[in-house]
Ligand binder design. Structure first.
Ligand SMILES: Cc1cc2nc3c(=O)[nH]c(=O)nc-3n(C[C@H](O)[C@H](O)[C@H](O)COP(=O)(O)O)c2cc1C
Length: 155
């Protein structure tokens, strides 16, 4: 399966996790990894499964590297009806009122433009007991098996 991991980060945690997910998956799949700041929402392709990894910053906002992507999406209003994505959030429950609001917002934007979400949005909590990769690796495997069922293993 062609997998594109796209990360939105402020201080690098989501980038590190995205690269770790890439290393974990690339034995079995064709996997690329890019910063959302380098991605044009008009360039997403139906042949790829998009795994988004995104943190939250400020007061529940998208991290800096995801903001140009969100702004471009609002401006260009691409038709994402053939696009499939899943999303993994990174946040901290110390910010209880805005916990993981960045990835929530990113998922809402993708859905508002017609994309289909695979699986539930999973949220890592930096104040919780788990390492992000201990949640993210099984999440990625589960998403891929759901995507293979829906899209066919050849996708
Ligand atoms: C100034 C600041 C503001 C933050 N705001 C939030 C927030 O509103 N909600 C949340 O869930 N996490 C928040 N976080 C936690 C980050 O999302 C978390 O540390 C994440 O791992 C950072 O990932 P990154 O390095 O990829 O940006 C904040 C962290 C900092 C330092």
């Amino acid at each position: 399966m062609n997998i594109s991991i796209l990360y939105g980060t402020e201080t690098g945690n989501a980038e590190m996790l995205a690269e770790d997910i890439q290393s974990e998956l690339e034995g079995d799949h064709d996997v690329s990894c890019q910063n959302l700041s380098d991605v044009d929402p008009m360039s997403l392709v139906p042949e790829h499964l998009y795994l988004l990894v995104c943190s939250t910053y400020g007061d529940g906002e998208l991290p800096a590297s995801a903001q140009p992507f969100a702004e471009a999406m609002e401006a260009a209003k691409p038709d994402l009806s053939a696009i499939h994505f899943a999303i993994f959030g990174m946040g901290d429950s110390e910010y209880d009122e805005t916990f993981n609001h960045g990835p929530k917002r990113l998922a809402e934007l993708m859905l508002a433009h017609g994309a289909t979400q695979i699986g539930e949005r999973v949220a890592h909590d930096a104040s919780g007991p788990e390492m992000a990769e201990d949640l993210a690796f099984p999440w990625a495997e589960e998403i891929i098996s759901q995507a293979e069922e829906r899209l066919g293993a050849a996708a």
